[in-house]
Design a protein around this ligand. Structure first.
Ligand code: ZN
Ligand code: ZN
Length: 206
């Protein structure tokens, strides 16, 4: 029997307070999804944030894999502000009925709903989040019933995991840019994704 009630009991682990700016900031209680999300961040990363100014990139790609937007993450890990800014940008440019896959999309949806700037826009444009299909397996059944693409008929066969291919590819430049100036770092990343997009474009016609 797979009822919401059963899974709710499993999710009822209420713990800790959420740091301001955390991706889960805005959630009314700490679910298993959030707990597992926190646990997935290795300790070494936290030390790395104190060494580098730009600690990584936060990206948005379409379902074909084209790079839409890239922003630097500055002296931090993944914070709500990056996804909030990108979501705002995506709505401004692409308009209504967007469906965004995000590893912690289930929880981040509450973060958007509690944002005074973004909530009205998200609601008016019918924005929705899903949890990408492979990441969905780290979320419990209660979450999957509402957020896993498998159960969202409009999602078709899309797995919402395009970012994973992007990062696997962009690891190629990580070693060369970690000591570069901001300009050269941006230039290398830009060139890399220009090449990436050309490949994706060529593949569309096959
Ligand atoms: Zn979840
Ligand atoms: Zn596309």
């Amino acid at each position: 029997m797979s009822t919401h009630d059963e899974a709710d009991a499993e999710a009822a682990e209420l713990v800790e307070t959420i740091d301001p700016g955390d991706v889960a900031d805005g959630a009314s209680f700490v679910t298993v999804c959030i707990q597992r999300w926190w646990n997935a961040g290795p300790e070494e990363q936290k030390r790395m944030w104190q060494i580098f100014v730009e600690t990584g990139i936060f990206v948005a790609v379409c379902r074909h894999g084209f790079m839409l937007y890239i922003c630097d993450m500055i002296q931090s890990g993944e914070l709500a502000k990056y996804e909030l800014a990108l979501t705002d940008k995506l709505i401004n440019v692409y308009g209504s009925n967007l469906c965004i896959g995000y590893d912690i999309g289930c929880t981040f949806s509450s973060t958007v709903s509690s944002s005074p700037l973004l909530a009205p826009k998200a609601h008016a444009t019918n924005l929705r989040f899903v949890v990408p299909s492979f990441h969905g397996h780290a979320h419990n059944r209660r979450c999957q019933l509402d957020w896993h693409p498998l159960y969202i008929t409009d999602a078709g066969l899309e797995d919402f995991e395009a970012c994973e291919s992007v990062f696997s590819f962009s690891n190629l430049v990580a070693a060369t840019v970690c000591n570069a100036t901001a300009f050269h770092r941006h230039q290398a990343i830009e060139e890399l994704f220009k090449y990436w997009d050309e490949q994706k474009y060529a593949n569309l016609s096959r």
